[in-house]
Design a protein around this ligand. Sequence first.
Ligand code: NAP
Length: 212
Amino acid sequence: MNIGILGAGNVGKTLGKGLAMTGHRVLISSRDPHDPKHSSWKQEAGESAGISSFNDAARFGEIIIIALPWSCLKDVVETIDPVYLKNKTVIDVNNAVHFDNGPRLLLVDTSAGEIVQKLLPECHVVKTLNTVSDKIMSRPTFKEGTPIMFISGNNIPSKSQVSALLTDLGWLRIVDLGDNRQSRLQESIMLACVISEIQLQSPGSAFTLLTH
Ligand SMILES: NC(=O)c1ccc[n+]([C@@H]2O[C@H](COP(=O)([O-])OP(=O)(O)OC[C@H]3O[C@@H](n4cnc5c(N)ncnc54)[C@H](OP(=O)(O)O)[C@@H]3O)[C@@H](O)[C@H]2O)c1
């Protein structure tokens, strides 16, 4: 599939490279696609991956991934021609979080996922991957067992599309938490993951699920 990624930071580059390596065509995007800071990524990610403006990545993608700091997400999304986004599946990996004086959520009685869905009412937003560090987003392997990845969103076909991409990235056990409101749960779970990583001095942690 053609994947357009809004963002060329830690998450955009990790997912861009991971998806390109599994046969997808990817455009990540930056305010300055020609900035030399992106050269090494272009070499590593290979010929099916490139870097462009935000608008070009949105036009290119059959599926769009938003991977932007919360502080600029709305402003960037509002610069994109809505025609390029209409009816598309949008993966929301974003967290509205403050890290000063211990990590904490910025939003009360709502979530980043719900706000992204309201910002893009004609898109099918699926929240996922926000609970784990970019270091383990692609090819997660743990000697303790198979990690789970949560998804949520209102549109069932979009959640199936996103589950297939997660499988390509190496997430073999996916738990659908329900509709877009469940983003709140995923964003709270993210805090538990971040705090566990700090306590355990681990570069990346994920949950597994033990069921009867
Ligand atoms: N990093 C993680 O481990 C992780 C894990 C889970 C979820 N998340 C979430 O994923 C999202 C992206 O995280 P990240 O670590 O990839 O972020 P990041 O590396 O800090 O930045 C991502 C991109 O945002 C662009 N950017 C920064 N400030 C901007 C501005 N004022 N206007 C327009 N673009 C701007 C950067 O642009 P340029 O290329 O133009 O400089 C970069 O392409 C966040 O919402 C974060 O909470 C992160």
